[in-house]
Design a protein around this ligand. Structure first.
Ligand code: NIG
Ligand code: FE
Length: 418
């Protein structure tokens, strides 16, 4: 299939973009993409490719701009129920951490999720995947984390693997058994960290080898935060995970600066995420490492808090910056990466070009997949989106709607509104 009639083809070629390099879109005007099966076979000028492949099936993209499908590298995609009542409590003055400390927040979603069957979890999650896909996300990281006990965490992981197999949205799974202190360990948080290290993570490894042998291991993540896990507990859990072979992620500095970002850099984590209260020293440590800094602007927006990730400081220090939705029922129920880009342009000080690169090639790096997705280059998976507008800068500029007309996933075309 030869995709042509594209006003702008944003290739994002050349690999992840660090520091001031961010925003190198490598745009071909009047470009075209040759897709063979699930893979991009060629990218070039439309007149040249149309002449070189005269018998190829053609797909007329209607004059829109095209770019790699969005990669959303931080979602809590799978849960049961909702927290609309807590949203109202927050508007009336309770803070997120106060609600968590009183046994609500993450713990109220844990109660609903523990009570849900595999089929119920899949049905609720599938709706969110469809929404994300229609808005241009072609790969999403997806965390467990609303079980906080081995069986429930593994049931969420099983649901994620089954949903990934259904497609078309592709998932990169993460085990977040360390999302909060399990209610059974409320008075013994170290006991829950011991359980994670001594039992839950080894069980995860055995489960994975039995159920997903041959697949890359999932990430292991932890919420390093006041009211969740301390820095010392985070180090212990992440070291145990690394020992078992798992790649790492961390939730760091969402509300307080505990040093999680430097820990991520030291341990070689794939990413450190949130980074709102991150210190200058932590930013320097991240920038000197291969760890991707993932900003989640929907979270302060969703909490109506004034502080956002200091993205420009991270870039000035030479860091690798990515964007994600943080899709979750507490702080950010948003499946739409276009809205994330709109927030990043306003509150993180990014240009549309920088935000697009942070939501594609750099986001792919945050899930360890930048060799396969995140840019439009021969040999890469044919995951791209075509906008209903000719200028990519409408991403960021416009918000609240959907500018994606076609989503092409593994070479197959899905058209919105049909
Ligand atoms: O990334 N910070 C921890 N996890 C989520 C919130 C999850 C929830 O409130 O259910 C976050 O913001
Ligand atoms: Fe999160």
């Amino acid at each position: 299939m030869l995709i042509h009639n594209l006003s702008q083809l944003l290739t994002l070629s050349g690999g992840p973009q660090r520091g001031s390099d961010l925003g190198r879109l490598n745009i071909l005007p009047n470009g075209a993409v040759l897709v063979r099966g699930e893979t991009i076979a060629a990218v070039g000028a439309a007149d040249e490719l149309l002449a070189a492949y005269p018998h190829e099936q053609r797909f007329d993209a209607g004059g829109g701009a095209a770019l790699p499908g969005f990669v959303d590298p931080h979602t809590h995609l799978i849960w049961a129920g909702d927290r609309a009542a807590e949203f109202e409590m927050r508007l009336e003055g309770k803070t997120y951490l106060e609600i968590l400390a009183a046994g609500g927040g993450i713990l109220s979603t844990v109660r609903a999720t523990r009570a849900a069957s595999l089929e119920q979890l899949k049905a609720q999650t599938r709706l969110r995947m469809q929404t994300a896909f229609r808005h241009g996300t072609t790969t999403a990281e997806a965390k467990t984390g609303y079980g906080l006990e081995a069986a429930s965490e593994l049931l969420q992981l099983q649901a994620l693997l089954e949903l990934d197999a259904e497609g078309p949205l592709e998932l990169a799974p993460t085990y977040l058994g360390a999302h909060a202190i399990a209610p059974e360990y409320r008075d013994n948080p170290d006991g829950y960290a011991d359980l994670l290290c001594g039992e839950m993570l080894p069980e995860l490894r055995r489960w994975w080898d039995a159920h997903a042998a041959g697949r890359a291991l999932p990430f292991v993540d932890i919420f390093c935060e006041t009211g969740a896990f301390t820095l010392a507990q985070s180090r212990r859990v992440l070291l145990a995970a690394r020992e078992l072979g798992f790649p790492l992620k961390i939730h760091a500095d969402e509300f307080d600066n505990l040093g999680g970002a430097s820990l991520a850099a030291e341990l070689g984590a794939a990413s450190a995420d949130h980074l709102v209260k991150t210190s200058t020293a932590d930013i320097a440590a991240l920038a000197a490492s291969g760890t991707v800094a993932v900003a989640l602007p929907c979270t302060p927006f969703g909490l109506a808090e004034p502080h956002y990730t200091p993205a420009r400081q991270i870039l000035a220090a030479g860091g690798l910056l990515a964007l994600a939705s943080d899709l979750n029922p507490g702080t950010a129920w948003c499946e739409n990466m276009q809205f994330v880009i709109a927030l990043a342009c306003r509150y993180l000080g990014l240009t549309p070009a920088q935000a697009v690169a942070a939501a594609t090639i750099n986001a792919a790096a945050a899930v360890g997949r930048s060799e396969r997705i995140g840019s439009l280059e021969p040999g890469k998976q044919a995951d791209l989106i075509v906008l209903s507008v000719p200028d990519y800068r409408h991403l960021g500029y416009r918000f609240g709607g959907n500018l994606v007309k076609h989503v092409i996933k593994k070479g197959r075309v899905y058209t919105n509104g049909e």
